[in-house]
Design a protein around this ligand. Sequence first.
Ligand SMILES: Cc1ncc(COP(=O)(O)O)c(C=O)c1O
Length: 377
Amino acid sequence: MSRRHVHLDHAAGSWPKADGVLAAITRWYDELGVGAERGDSALTREVAHEVDATRRALAGRLGVAPARCAFTSGATESINLFLRACLAPGDRVLATAIDHAAVVRPLVALGRERGLSIGRVDCDACGRIDPQRVIDAIVRRPPRLVVLNHASNVTGAVLEVAPIIAAAHAHGARVLLDASQTVGVLDVALGADAVAGSAHKSLFGPAGLGFLAVTADLELAPQKQGGTGSSRALDEHPRDWPLAFEAGTPNTPAILGLGAALRWLATHDADAARRRTLAALDALRARLLERRGIVCQSPGDGDARLPILSFTSRDHDPAELGALLDLAGLHVRTGHHCAPLVHAALGSGAAGTVRISPGPFVSAADLSRVASVLSPA
Ligand SMILES: Cc1ncc(COP(=O)(O)O)c(C=O)c1O
């Protein structure tokens, strides 16, 4: 594999991928070439077996029955489908300031369409949210749905969701957990009614694949209708899961790639890797803070967090710093990171932040190059 750059944009997508992922995808294109639900041949059965195994491994991580785990094109599609299926005109929804645009935008659009009432709980200057504030908001005015982003993709702050889920259930609310940033690195089987995420971040799978997992007691009408391979004689889309939420030809090669990623993850200590990367990132943070005018927006030691460091400079636009790093072969992300609401609390509303989000394959030496580029000795 050629590595032209140091990938410091893991929060957007992991790179390189887990061992076996490319081989599994290539094998589908080279040797298999068929979908799991589209025929009765030996080849179809072989592919169906692999798709099932992937679904079972993923569902195990999410804490749902495999049949209740649908493959989608990504977290964005999962969240859109779920919100449309779950919310009725006039419903109240409680969300938070750390939500990704994949939640904010469909909620705003659906809010207009269906007259939803949307409440939002604010975060602090590092993207942290006190769970008690969410619980208080639930108790004050119980919503139909609480949407929780398990971790901010801008600052890495992890939201303590378990007590919020318990309070939501005690007050008759459902919970959608956006586990896009945490699935694969933290436990996400925390009792939410629905979990959405993508394959290409900390699951180390391919892009263009995601999942929507929903508990068995939540009845949802299909939101997209189309071919499913099975139930061919029906002119109505089947309501049984997972096909209810899988219309059209699935991304089978990506599903096989995810299967390989999940096998790799099962042998890999994601928490140890997260701690190692956090230690290297903390060293970088200390060096950056020596530079005049740098302000860090990510939480520090002692907080629940992912290895994401967002910072701004009083003297330079994030895009300028990003361009300097780019010239040195360090691929970071600058701007608002598709999280439109959080920047008001972070003080980065104008131009966003520089975000350094290393995955487990990035070394401490690679990270220290960031400081060398930004604060030459
Ligand atoms: C917290 C969060 N939610 C949702 C998404 C959307 O994921 P996708 O673009 O894979 O649909 C992302 C992607 O960055 C994210 O970080």
